[in-house]
Design a protein around this ligand. Structure first.
Ligand code: MSP
Length: 475
């Protein structure tokens, strides 16, 4: 069995913020789980580096776009490494094999007769890298970026999206193309029912982009360029075997703002090029800070690296997956991560593991008596993760942790240890706890790989001794 999962690729005009991190962590949890389940797994992430927006930011810094991109993409790659993301490739839209793939796909679409030239006039929002309509605006401004879109009249190459809408609709209805959650599936079906306009796939006045193979005066529209990363990143041009093995993608994980691009335009481009559609798209909600979407334009960004330095990558991963119901919006803040850290992690899991290892050292010569069955089976956790109910999965695991802490309080191993007559009972208590903690560690490993590894090692050692706190106090 194979499993191919992708994230959206981020614009590199700013540094990565906690909102960008969210879907990366969720995708990593799924990728790690797939690997643990024995599936051959490919996990792709990367950066979206072309287009008018990036060119503007580069210019403001007095840099050529390529030099700017070479500096800024690193912030993303480093942040994702700091968060322990197990990506198999980090694709940049300036990578040579990506450039070649984009040229190839556009040529195919043109040869297949799905492109035509037309003059177009519209309101372009550089923040969105997309044309907006009058009804999208509030007081003449883009409501998300608070900027006035530019009225542009130009000659572009257009893509006949409309030729494919019936086919996409059918695939969705048959369940061959899945969209999660259901509300977004309905939204896409209703967009398709309304009739979807053809889109411009080239821009004559944007220099920072991939030239159209047959018309060097135009560059490929940045969204078309970016979407193609999902095939270039898995070897479409550079490693045909790899591509054959992994395409179509099992899941594209993206934010709800870019559903239309992923559920309509991307499948249409693939069909036009004669390539299979992906199997599914998962849309998550927005992270907000003080109830406003976290974004560079709003200026309320939280740097994931700051939290990783302070709390550790596992704690940040835990917080993001536990705090918000995937698919919905959720508010994050320093107070909230601190509360989860102190409560769930330090007092809950951390305390349990220190108490248990301490007791095994003291009352059982560092040896865990024969391992028995744990109290919980946690067999429902797998299904929860596979259906994107990450917060429920973690809540379930924390029930097992709470049970174990309570079991210690009730059985009082320190009292049992006072009388050799209780040896059998003491052994049983420590065994059940050992089994329970081992299972908790295993279930946690897609979410908190480092913590899981520490717990695993405890039970592999010949003489178990009290371990260093897993989650030391943070000021
Ligand atoms: N470059 C495009 C995606 C191209 S994919 C072929 C883009 N970039 S982005 O940097 O604006 O956003 C990248 C991802 O981060 C998107 O999935 C977006 O929804 C997500 N998020 C950006 N801000 C977010 C929050 N505040 N909260 C949660 N996710 C957010 O769109």
């Amino acid at each position: 069995m194979k499993y191919y999962i992708t994230t959206a690729i981020d614009y590199i005009n700013g540094k990565p913020h906690i909102g960008h991190s969210y879907e990366k962590v969720a995708s990593d949890v799924l990728a790690r789980l797939a690997r643990l389940s024995g599936k051959q797994t490919f996990f792709l992430t990367g950066t979206d580096e072309h287009g008018a927006k990036i060119a503007e930011y580069a210019k403001a810094q007095g840099l050529e776009p390529q030099a700017f991109a070479d500096q800024t993409y690193k912030y993303f790659e480093d942040a994702w490494k700091n968060l322990d993301l197990s990506f198999d490739r980090f694709v940049r839209t300036t990578d040579p094999d990506h450039l070649a793939t984009v040229a190839d796909i556009l040529k195919k679409i043109k040869e297949n007769g799905y492109l035509y030239e037309a003059e177009y006039s519209g309101l372009y929002c550089t923040g969105h890298e997309a044309f907006l309509t009058e009804k999208d605006l509030v007081n003449g401004l883009c409501p998300e970026h608070q900027t006035k879109p530019e009225l542009i009249t130009e000659k572009n190459w257009f893509f006949k999206v409309s030729n494919f809408t019936d086919q996409i609709k059918e695939k969705i209805e048959k369940g061959e193309f899945k969209i999660w959650p259901e509300a977004h599936r309905k939204e896409v079906l209703s967009l398709l029912a309304q009739g979807f306009n053809d889109i411009a796939i080239s821009r004559p006045n944007v220099k920072w982009g991939i030239p159209l193979p047959w018309d060097e005066n135009q560059t490929v529209y940045v969204w078309v360029d970016a979407l193609i990363n999902y095939i270039s990143g898995v070897g479409y041009h550079s490693d045909k075997e790899l591509f054959k093995k992994y395409w179509p993608a099992d899941w594209h994980i993206v934010g709800k703002d870019i559903i239309k691009f992923h559920c309509i335009i991307w499948p249409a481009l693939l069909l036009a090029a004669g390539i299979e559609m992906p199997k599914g798209v998962v849309a998550h909600g927005y992270l907000t800070a003080n109830e406003r979407k976290i974004s560079k334009s709003i200026g309320n960004v939280i740097d994931p690296n700051d939290w990783v330095l302070k709390y550790g990558s596992d704690a940040v991963r835990y917080f993001l997956m536990r705090e918000i119901a995937f698919g919905q919006d959720g508010d994050v803040s320093e107070e909230k991560i601190k509360a989860r850290y102190d409560g769930d992690l330090a007092n809950g899991l951390g305390n349990l593991v220190s108490r248990l290892t301490n007791m095994i050292e003291k009352y059982s010569h560092g040896e865990i008596p024969e391992i028995v069955e744990p109290h919980d089976s946690l067999e429902d956790v797998l299904g929860m993760v596979e259906s994107f109910r990450f917060h429920e999965a973690l809540a379930r695991i924390w029930e097992a942790i709470a049970w174990a802490n309570q079991y210690i309080d009730e059985t009082k191993p320190w009292d049992l240890a006072k009388d050799p007559a209780n040896k059998e009972k003491l052994d049983e208590v420590l065994s059940v706890l050992g089994a329970q903690v081992k299972l908790v560690g295993l279930s946690l490993s897609p979410f908190m790989p480092q913590t899981a590894e520490k717990i695993r090692r405890v039970f592999e050692s010949d003489a178990i001794s009290k371990i260093e706190p897993l989650f030391p106090r943070v000021e």
